[in-house]
Design a protein around this ligand. Structure first.
Ligand code: PLP
Length: 360
């Protein structure tokens, strides 16, 4: 990836710094309005990070100690950390076969009378099977919180992700499909009570300037970052279009290589945004070494599933074999370079190297 900082963003930043309050200036409210409109939700509440967005979302929904939240062990670890930050208990269910996302059928087996929410993560910009999650949660008092931190602009059944559950959470960390040139996050929802509580939680728990309604956090998005975010949001669809074109080129160039599995084929319902283009190979480490030797940086998202990270082993007693699909993915996934600035020639070069390595 290569973060974009263009002249328009610099001008927006300078204007903001010279003319606005540095914290909770006008650009923050403008960016929130624009982001809500983009996602098709009534409200958007900005936060200091994606992790904070998730934690504040849970707390704003009234999720508390001893409540259970079911999610995937194959994500960036912030997803389940945020459940713990909110005081609740994460419960994992394994990933679907042939994909990267949480498997609704496996989630069903983990639901208990204590389950208050399910977090499908639209990993790598690939929408989760939201219909099935909705069917699972309906009538059980279970909320769906979408972790859309890697999926700005992705669509499922003609609707933008983030707008499909009770709450959607986004990150603007610098590697994401759009950023704010620093840390930042956003909660989107149609639930007015959740939005009101989130606005208070992120701003020290305020009810008004010097009165509090809850124990909150200093977790606001800085004004200058919001001003840059507005510019980036206008460019997001164009950037996602390039990502999709480059992903299709990768698919063509990499088709038919024995032992190399491509990301799941797109269906009519899903419009992924390829935050990452992830292939799978049993020879993943040799493949990565061959790319590196030839000057191509490939990455592994993620080499250790969350349940096998030290604090999760220690606290919850997980060990190898708990979630076999997630564990196999951790051994086999490889993210090839993809970003809006990548050229067709670069995609062809990377693809040639993958084919070459496989023939070795
Ligand atoms: C899937 C997922 N969830 C949550 C987060 C947390 O976001 P942040 O880094 O902004 O706290 C990230 C990104 O870093 C992510 O990729």
């Amino acid at each position: 990836m290569r973060p974009v900082v263009d002249e328009e963003m610099l001008q927006a930043a300078i204007f903001s710094l010279q003319n606005e309050k540095l914290v909770m200036g006008e650009s923050v409210y403008k960016f929130e309005e624009e982001f809500a409109r983009y996602c098709g939700t009534r409200y958007a509440v900005s936060t200091a990070s994606g992790t904070a967005a998730l934690q504040i979302a849970f707390q704003s929904m009234g999720i508390e100690q001893r409540d259970e939240v079911v999610t995937t062990p194959f994500s960036f670890f912030a997803t389940s950390n945020a459940v713990i930050h909110a005081g609740a208990q994460p419960r994992f269910a394994d990933v679907e076969n042939g994909g990267f996302n949480l498997d609704p059928a496996k989630v069903e087996t983990k639901l208990t009378s204590m389950t208050r929410a399910i977090i499908p993560v639209h990993l790598y910009g690939q929408p989760s099977r939201m219909d099935e999650f909705r069917d699972l949660a309906e009538d059980k008092g279970i909320s769906i919180v979408e972790d859309a931190c890697q999926a700005h602009g992705a669509e499922y059944d003609g609707r933008r992700v983030g707008s499909l559950g009770r709450v959607g959470c986004f990150s603007f960390y610098t590697s994401k499909n759009m950023t704010v040139c620093g840390d930042g996050g956003m909660i989107v929802t149609n639930d007015e009570k959740v939005a009101d509580a989130a606005r208070s939680f992120r701003d020290c728990g305020r009810a008004s300037k010097y009165t509090m309604s809850r124990i909150g956090y200093t977790s606001r998005l800085n004004t200058v970052n919001a001003a840059i975010g507005s510019v980036q949001l206008r460019k997001l669809d164009g950037w996602n279009k390039v990502r999709r074109e480059m992903a299709n080129l990768y698919r063509r160039e990499l088709s038919g290589i024995e032992g190399v599995e491509l990301p799941p084929a797109e269906t009519a319902k899903e419009t992924p945004v390829y935050h990452l283009f992830v292939i799978q190979s049993e020879r993943r480490d040799q493949l990565a070494a061959h790319l590196e030797k030839n000057g191509v940086e490939a990455a592994i998202h993620y080499p250790v599933p969350i349940h096998l990270q030290a604090p999760y082993r220690a606290t919850y007693g997980y060990s190898e074999g708990s979630f076999p699909v997630a564990e196999r993915l951790a051994e086999q996934v490889l993210s090839l370079p993809i970003h809006p600035g990548i050229t067709e020639e670069q995609v062809r070069t990377v693809s040639r190297l993958v084919r070459e390595s496989n023939a070795e």
